[in-house]
Structure formats: structure tokens, C-alpha cells
Design a protein around this ligand. Sequence first.
Ligand code: AMP
Ligand code: GLY
Length: 422
Amino acid sequence: MNKKNVLIIGGGGREHAIVYSLSRSPKVGKIYCLPGNAGIAQLAECHSEYKATDLDGIVAFVRSHPDIYMTVVAPDDPLAMGLVDRLESEGFRAFGPRANGARLEASKSFAKNLMKKYGIPTAGYEVFTDYDSARAYLDECTYPTVLKADGLALGKGVLICETKEQAINGLKEIMLDKAFGSAGNTLVIEDFLVGFECSALAFCDGKTIVPMTTSQDHKRALNDNKGLNTGGMATFSPSYKVSADMEKRIYAEVLKPTLDALIGEGIEFKGVLYAGLMIDGDEIKVLEYNARFGDPETQVILPRLKTDLFDIFEACIDGTLADLNIEWTGNTAVCIILASGGYPEAYEKGKEITFGVTDEGVIVFHAGTAEKDGKIVTSGGRVLGVTALAPTLKQARDLSYANVKNITFDKVHYRTDILKEL
Ligand code: AMP
Ligand code: GLY
């Protein structure tokens, strides 16, 4: 068989999970990754001098490597900046939505207005482009309330405000002090929702949307959902709180209507569509959309995928997803993130990581790691994700924690309360 070489853009745990999955495909030859990390480098040729947002550099890299058959764009920024559009315009094959589809994530007001127009359930909201009208609205809204900077802000542009005073401070931070830069030029103020959260990811080829297995993220930095919001501190899959009936409803009430809405707006969305949901009793509401794989959701979803990921990427690009049967293993998966002490605020880098023996059924995905003088050191906030696969979530949790304890670096921090209810 003629194996195909693939390039992955990104360098976190999600990208390691994508590279890991593709490396197991008999159809995939050499894998490149820009910029990659120390773990990905064990499976792929990494070029750490490239940033995922260096569109000119990436396009030039693809041009100078005619052996690259397909480029997979994993992170939000290059998608929103139009990397897929740029690659396609030069005749290259790319997996991921174009900039018009990535807006679903890159502009919260665009996403909210789309949901309103097409009757997709979401929290009530108002959009503001000037400080004074937003400030006046804070006098009449109910509390808690939620402030969301419109643009991409590394998952940090959302403030849950218990009181009016907090909301006024948050509003100043976002709209006047520009704490999230131009992401805060437009602001969404949204009703506070209660319930449990669930991540519903799906593959999409522009015409067909196929749900992946469910997963659940833990965004707060500290145990018992305390501390600041992070990119995600742990995930498990499937989300045991979501029944089979609820999964069908998520497809019928959220995923399919979102694809139809995009089609209605003339947007051909190819790639991964991710709906962050809040579920309260039998009520499902969309909290946000992402136009990509989640991180660390991918680290529990892809290890459970039976179907060849390369075939799925091909089908999404070619518009043939309806012909593909996507299957999942009966296993469950838990991923615990090891972070640098201080994350998501300031943290130190360059700490040497000591790895223990990894048990069978465990995969250690690298995120913020780099190689220095033959040693693996920390180089980011989220450093590693330890994914364990087992027949039950309880077993997977215990296996993941047993392996987490074998890995150390100075000031390592991880949550110890994941699935403690089981
Ligand atoms: P987002 O980036 O929109 O997913 O928001 C980050 C996190 O803030 C979510 O995962 C929720 O935990 C929380 N959040 C966002 N919107 C709301 C809301 N309307 N009500 C309650 N919590 C929310
Ligand atoms: N884990 C949440 C995200 O990827 O946005």
C-alpha cells in the first residue's frame, strides 16, 4: 500500500493524541508536526521553530515538502486566521474548517446570534460593543451573570460574576483595560446556567455530522471545581451522566441543527464541531462552540476510537462521511493533567521531568514539554496528560492516578478529586 505522509499543526496534548492515533494507521507513513513537543518527537518529525500561528511559515513548509499529502490543523488560532483557506487556495489538502466556519468559536456573538436565528437552545444573552450600554445592562440583569469577551482568549475570556460589583469590575477589565486584547471589543452578557457540563464533539464533512463518543472536561484548576478556569485539568469518556436517550437528543437538538444552520448561512463546515453543553434535568443548552478537537477531550476520545482516524479525515475532506461507519471500543478512559505549579497564572518552566514505568493501558501524552540536553523538561502550563483505559471509569481513574504518582517534576500540580464520586 502507498502510505501517505501527514503534517499536524500544533504542539499540545491534543496534537500528541492525534499523532498517536495516526501513527497506528497502516495508511499513514511519515508524520510531521509543527511545532510539536518532546513526546510527539518520538512519533513524528517536529520543527519547534514554527509557531502554529505562523501561517506564512507553515504554508512555505508545505510547499517545500511535496511528500505531505494532508495537513491537519488542530488549534483554534490558525483555523480562525484562515490557515485551511490558505492551504486549499494553493491546492493542498487540509483537515479543519475554513475561517468562516471557525468563526463559530472565534466570535461568541456570531455563535449566539446563529443559535438564536436557528432556534438552537442556549442561555439568554445580549451583545454589547460599547462600555456604557453594557454598564447600564448590569443594573437590570439578574445575578450571577456571565461576561464573555467575544474573541479567542485561551479559554480565559469568560467571567462568572456573583454580584453586580464583580460584574462592573469584570466589564472594566474586558472592555476598558482590554485584559483579553481586541477579543474584548465586543462583549456577550449571558444568563447563568446550572447543571452539569458535557462535551459533544462530532466529525463533519459539510453535509453530514457524526457524533463522537461523549466526554466531560474539568475546567477549574483546583479540587471541587475551585480556582480559576483553565484549558482543562482532566477529562473522562464516556460521560456517564449522559444517557443513550440524551445522546440522541444532543444530536437531534444541537449537532444536526448546528450543521443545518451553518449550511443555511452558506458555510461548508469540514472538521470537528464541538458543542460545550450544560445539561439540567432534561434541558440541554449550548454554552459554547469550538471548531476543533478539545484539549484534553481528545486524549480520552481518540484512544477509544476503533475506526482509522486517517480514513475519517479523508471522509471529512471528501464529503463522504455518510459512507463511513465510525466505531468506538467498549472501554472507558480517564485523563489526568499534570500542570506546572501556578498555572493558569504565572509558572516556571525548564523543570526536569522524571518518568516512572507506565502500566499497560496507559498512555502519557505530552503537552508543554521540550527536550534540553538529552532531558525532558517542562515548557508550558499543562505539561502531561496521563490517559488510562479500562473497562470501567472507576478502574480507569485508579489506573491513571497510580501512573500519575510515578511522574514527578518540581511544583507539579494536578487535581486529585476526579470521579471521586464513583
Ligand atoms: P466557555 O469558554 O464559554 O465554555 O466558558 C468557560 C466555562 O465557563 C464553561 O465551561 C462553564 O463552566 C462556564 N460558563 C460559561 N457560560 C456559562 C453560563 N452561561 N452559565 C454558567 N456557566 C457558564
Ligand atoms: N477542553 C476545552 C477546550 O478544548 O476548549
